[in-house]
Write a protein that binds this ligand. Structure first.
Ligand code: DX5
Length: 226
């Protein structure tokens, strides 16, 4: 059974000086979930924001929030991101010494757990945690910055992750998300490979016809590819 297509903006290219208005505009543009790219300057060579900024945005939108935790020891602040209003927490397999335990803790806190894989990390690193997540994020760039080139060689890995999920009997419960370089020229390849949740940042903000057009265009291209 194919999972529903979702378009998820990254707030990275948004104007951080008016982030509340920006998330309201993203909701008005028809997005399904809003992703906050949390970076600690250690796991990735960039620093963005913490839970207080996400909490400040929460009242400005009603769509679910997810935190993409590009941080080491994400479990240390999991509760804060949930209290800030995130429904889903995405942790990196590479950043967790005890990934199985961290995902279980996120679920026990009442949030939805998801796991991300950097481009060099094999799909089988999530083989034993598929029962603990509602989503696997296959990074299609090396994390840390928006506006990077889509790594098309990740498409076989997207397909491998989707196949693993189906083999585990979790095909109706687990989404495959992609993040990095997703736009009009790349979303079809990612969708055809098996992704159904698409994170886009720069592609949304550079559309001359505006956010709503960009969201609808990406959604249509993803549907046409599956
Ligand atoms: C990577 C970031 C970006 C961002 C989207 O660290 O997480 O992938 O979300 O960036 P674009 O869509 O501009 O490539």
């Amino acid at each position: 059974m194919s999972r529903p297509i979702q378009i998820v903006p990254s707030v990275l290219p948004a104007d951080f000086a008016k982030l509340g208005d920006e998330v309201a505009a993203l909701e008005a543009a028809g997005v399904d979930v809003i992703q906050f790219d949390v970076m600690d300057g250690q796991f990735v060579p960039n620093i963005t924001f913490g839970p207080d900024v996400i909490a400040a945005c929460r009242p400005h939108a009603t769509v679910p929030f997810e935190a993409h935790l590009m941080v080491y020891t994400p479990e240390q602040m999991a509760r804060e991101y949930i209290d800030a209003g995130c429904r889903r927490l995405i942790v990196h397999a590479e950043a967790c010494t005890h990934l199985h335990r961290v995902l279980g803790e996120i679920n026990d806190l009442g949030a939805a757990a998801a796991v991300a894989l950097n481009p060099a990390t094999p799909a089988n690193h999530v083989a034993h945690v598929l029962d603990l997540v509602e989503m696997v994020l296959v990074m299609t760039v090396n994390p840390g910055f928006g506006g990077q080139q889509y790594i098309a060689s990740m498409e076989p890995k997207i397909a491998e992750v989707r196949a693993m999920i189906e083999r585990a009997g979790r095909g109706d419960a687990v989404d495959v998300e992609v993040d990095g370089g997703i736009g009009p020229a790349t979303i079809a390849g990612a969708a055809a490979a098996g992704a159904n949740v698409f994170v886009a940042g720069s592609a949304l903000y550079r559309d001359p016809d505006g956010l709503a057009h960009a969201v609808a265009d990406l959604r249509q291209r993803a549907h046409a590819a599956v």
